[in-house]
Ligand binder design. Structure first.
Ligand SMILES: *[C@@H]1O[C@H](CO)[C@@H](O)[C@H](O)[C@H]1NC(C)=O
Ligand SMILES: *[C@@H]1O[C@H](CO)[C@@H](O)[C@H](O)[C@H]1NC(C)=O
Ligand SMILES: *[C@@H]1O[C@H](CO)[C@@H](O)[C@H](O)[C@H]1NC(C)=O
Ligand SMILES: *[C@@H]1O[C@H](CO)[C@@H](O)[C@H](O)[C@H]1NC(C)=O
Length: 573
């Protein structure tokens, strides 16, 4: 999971009445009348629609240096203090490495059809290169995949959810170096060889936007480099080429035998023009979409970076007196090599922004952010229960899905990430905000299906509360609450577990009465679970008493006895 942008967000205190007014005015002539935010569409999903949940290796596994795993850039980043909220790390996270069976029980409880997980590259290749393999790591993923299949849960496997082997970063500069293409391709081929007989859904990269922008431009994420204006473009360029190479490897070497699919998972918000009658704002919103989603999707589906991106970065580079654009270019051969290299498009989506045209004063300092000439705005009326960037705006999802349909030739889509966080300090299992969010967003997918968008699966993000990158453990995205303070890392179901389970078993939203009933039942069960959790905390407390306090008292008693004994002996000698 990730933030959508490092750009400053303007909250419209005075403008928002205007925003609402605009929305009311245009409600009549929306091409999609059902897109009225208050309307709800009852109905079911197509048969065979796949329901799932996701997670990622670094955020959940822990065991960062166990059984031969090599360090990743996230191990290095979190261990260098001062980068993450409260200096927290993923060293143990949810202890998922030791709890595969427990977590599969949770998946069975949810009755999901698929589980999206990622493989940690340095767990199976400690230094990132194919001459050094870690058999125990390979065994771990092999067993995990087998256990999922035994439970009739389809594994969707991402090869990269951000944990690059640290050695490749240190020695070669990570994604700044074109040689990553071959290292990653070797790693991907190993995964196809070892697991491809059973894994049929592969994701090359999860949210490469964040890898490039947060990792190499703002430095908020590992490896923490601040190469403003160039770093992100270069990293993305190499990632896109790597993705294409891996797709071709699969197509040429493995597809005929394994019959699987290879795609990429792109995360993007929806950008809506603040004033739908202003051409400048419409253009700015279009740029927002092209700089986020189009940056990666356009080369893969249409063979090159979006025109508007080339124009804007090119123009600004020229203003800065640079001989060439900071946005790299693909050769003719590369364009045709990259075009068409995705069997499905994975989509991560969390939130929406209003967008307006904004010219930045000419700056010597260049950045991905100012290259776009736009400002992002939010409506303060939008609910934002958790992460401060994550506003719940369900209608944006339908628009995003329709944008994908028209821009990229109606590709096969799997929703790979969608969910909401909470930021509460004390345990809160009655997550009504998550129920509302899921209900709204999943309903917009149903509407999009009726618009003819080709969505085949939905992955809620995420199974567990987990390490949330630079936010540490302070933002919780899980269906299951994890008590990180307890060394056993117990998991407790939130109310949304019950609700999502009902959506899955009904394959949609059958009728108002039933859907209302789910809500009621979910809220009832969570208050019961809450009482159990309180009882458990008491047990943990008691355990602490027996483990720490009692031995201490015992030791003290012995010491006192010895002193008394010595005293006694002395007096009698
Ligand atoms: C994190 O580590 C840095 C550097 O050691 C230290 O200055 C800072 O106080 C630490 N923060 C917390 C919350 O412990
Ligand atoms: C992985 O599991 C499959 C299926 O059980 C088995 O055939 C294969 O030998 C295993 N591979 C490894 C490396 O354990
Ligand atoms: C890129 O990686 C190669 C090794 O594959 C290395 O020889 C080269 O020095 C690296 N380039 C940079 C700029 O680090
Ligand atoms: C994919 O592989 C098939 C079978 O080998 C081949 O015919 C086809 O040309 C390949 N596609 C691309 C785009 O290379």
């Amino acid at each position: 999971m990730t933030k959508l942008t490092g750009m400053k967000i303007y909250i419209l205190r005075t403008w928002y009445t205007l925003v609402l007014a605009l929305r009311l005015n245009t409600a009549e002539d929306f091409q999609w009348t059902k897109n009225n935010p208050s309307s709800f569409y009852y109905g079911t999903f197509p048969t065979g629609f796949s329901w799932g949940v996701g997670s990622s290796a670094y955020q959940t596994e822990g065991a960062w240096d166990v059984d031969g795993k090599g360090p990743s850039i996230w191990d290095a980043f979190t261990h260098a203090k001062g980068k993450v909220f409260r200096n927290e790390t993923g060293d143990s996270a949810c202890d998922g490495y030791y709890k595969v069976q427990d977590d599969i029980q949770l998946l069975k409880e949810l009755k999901v059809n698929h589980y999206l997980l990622s493989i940690s590259w340095p767990r199976i290749m400690p230094t990132g290169i194919k001459t050094e393999l870690n058999e125990k790591g390979i065994q771990f993923y092999n067993d995990t995949i087998n256990s999922l299949l035994e439970s009739s849960i389809i594994p969707i496997v991402s090869l990269y959810h951000w944990d690059l082997p640290q050695v490749l970063q240190e020695k070669y500069g990570g994604w700044q170096n074109i040689s990553m293409i071959n290292y990653f391709n070797d790693y991907a081929n190993l995964c196809f060889e070892k697991f491809g007989d059973r894994v049929k859904h592969w994701i090359t990269f999860s949210n490469p936007w964040a890898v490039a922008e947060k990792g190499y431009e703002t430095g908020e994420h590992a490896p923490g480099l601040k190469l403003g204006g160039c770093g992100a473009y270069k990293a993305a360029h190499h990632i896109i080429k790597t993705h294409a190479k891996v797709w071709h490897s699969y197509n040429n070497t493995w597809r005929s035998e394994q019959q699987g699919m290879v795609g990429i998972s792109l995360t993007s918000g929806w950008g809506e023009p603040i004033d739908p009658h202003s051409q400048a704002d419409i253009d700015a919103a279009e740029r927002y979409m092209q700089f986020h989603l189009g940056w990666f999707a356009n080369p893969i589906y249409r063979g090159d970076y979006p025109e508007v991106m080339k124009n804007y970065v090119g123009r600004r580079s020229a203003q800065q007196g640079l001989g060439t654009s900071r946005l790299p270019t693909f050769s003719v051969q590369e364009k045709s090599y990259i075009k068409g290299t995705s069997d499905f498009l994975g989509i991560g989506h969390f939130t929406t922004r209003y967008v307006t045209q904004k010219s930045f004063p000419f700056l010597q300092v260049s950045s991905y952010c100012t290259d776009q000439d736009l400002a992002e705005l939010v409506d303060p009326k939008w609910p934002a229960p958790g992460s401060k960037w994550l506003y719940s705006v369900p209608w944006g999802f339908r628009r995003l899905l329709n944008f994908i349909k028209t821009q990229y030739g109606n590709p096969l889509v799997y929703v790979t990430e969608n969910g909401v966080s909470e930021k509460v300090q004390c345990t809160q299992l009655c997550d009504e905000w998550r129920i509302e969010y899921l209900k709204g967003y999943i309903n917009e997918i149903l509407k999009a299906l009726n618009d003819g968008v080709n969505v085949r699966g939905y992955t809620a993000w995420s199974l567990l509360d987990k390490f949330e990158w630079n936010k540490g453990f302070s933002e919780r995205f899980g269906f299951y609450h994890v008590d990180f303070k307890n060394k056993n890392k117990p998991r407790y179901p939130k109310a949304s577990v019950n609700y999502y389970k009902n959506i899955i078993s009904a394959n949609g939203f059958p009728n108002p009465r039933e859907v209302e009933n789910w809500h009621q039942k979910a809220m009832d069960t969570c208050s019961i679970t809450h009482q159990l959790l309180d009882a458990d905390s008491l047990v943990t407390h008691m355990e602490m008493v027996t483990e720490i306090v009692l031995p201490t008292i015992f030791t003290l008693c012995i010491l006192i006895s010895i002193v008394l004994l010595l005293f006694f002996l002395q007096n009698h000698s």
